[in-house]
Design a protein around this ligand. Structure first.
Ligand code: ASP
Length: 297
């Protein structure tokens, strides 16, 4: 296998087409990941990313994004940023800096403005209507209740790997709440010498296990992409159930440096994969009798 891309959720398939075009022409893993994520950020039909993303409790669409270059281990991230088109592009631009790689809130917005990133009001009419309907109902934060993160992992012909993510986080989140997605090691991780991983699900749970770094660590210690993803999720799921009596939803995608992929999840979880030897395919991973079962959709 010379190139490959894996992306979370059905929405990932839209961006994966773009990633595949870039990678098939010998393009870079970083371009493929960012363009894939960014295409999803622009699509109003997806309600948890970019334009059309769900607002926080105060009615503001504030977004998180992360990027990691697996060759250099440079990462960049933004959290709680409002009013810009593409958090993932801003995150990427922060990665090569020696410091100040992760900016949040006003600081991230000042940086984006100063560096000419495109502005956009991401509150769609549909998202505003839903917010107004839900606002007065006291809602417990619950996994998959109006959130999902688009995550891309890519491998290019030269062997470079990349991880990129973007999300509006939890619907009705408290102002200032940040989940796993922009946190390097929790929401995403990439190391071209080993592999890459990225997570979606309830960030508060994913952070407890630093899931993405853990899966890459396991790949570096002899586990396949599939074994690493399932081991990371299953161990954290078991630990949380034992300690707290429950574990909220968590799903993890992995891509090894040879292009083999894996998925670990404790809920039904669709994802997309494409490579030079496999046409773009949507899969569904589910937990059945304690085992992860994966089928094509
Ligand atoms: N992990 C994201 C967050 O907690 C949401 C998701 O991926 O569903 O912000």
């Amino acid at each position: 296998m010379t190139w490959a891309a894996i992306a979370t959720w059905k929405m990932g398939a839209l961006g994966a087409k773009i990633s595949a075009d870039i990678l098939a022409k010998g393009g870079r893993a970083s371009d493929a990941a960012v363009e894939g994520v960014s295409a999803v950020e622009d699509e109003p039909q997806f309600h948890s990313v970019g334009y059309g993303g769900r607002p926080d409790r105060t009615g503001h669409v504030v977004l998180d994004g992360g990027f990691m270059d697996g060759d250099t281990l440079h990462y960049g991230a933004v959290a709680s940023i409002e009013g810009f088109r593409s958090p993932v592009r801003i995150a990427r631009s922060l990665a090569p800096r020696e410091a100040n790689n992760f900016l949040c809130g006003k600081g991230a917005e000042l940086y984006a403005e100063k560096n000419g990133f495109e502005k956009r009001d991401n509150l769609s009419e549909e998202a505003r209507e839903i917010y107004e309907k839900e606002r007065d109902r006291l809602k417990k934060l619950s996994a998959y209740d109006g959130h999902d993160t688009v995550c891309f992992l890519t491998l290019d012909e030269s062997g470079s790997m990349c991880a990129a993510v973007s999300t509006s986080g939890l619907f009705m989140k408290d102002p200032g709440r940040v989940g796993d997605s922009p946190l390097c090691g929790s929401g995403y991780y990439a190391d071209s010498e080993t592999g890459a991983a990225a997570a979606t699900g309830l960030g508060e749970e994913i952070i407890k296990g630093s899931l993405s770094f853990l899966a890459v660590f396991y790949m570096g210690h002899g586990y396949s992409a599939m074994e690493a993803a399932q081991k990371a999720v299953d161990e954290l799921d078991e630990k949380l159930r034992r300690r707290n009596g429950k574990a909220e939803a968590m799903s993890l995608i992995t891509l090894a440096k040879d292009g083999s992929w894996g998925v670990g999840t404790n809920v039904d979880f669709p994802f997309a994969f494409v490579s030079d030897t496999q046409e773009l395919t949507l899969f569904l991973a589910a937990k059945k009798d304690g085992k992860t079962v994966i089928e094509t959709i």
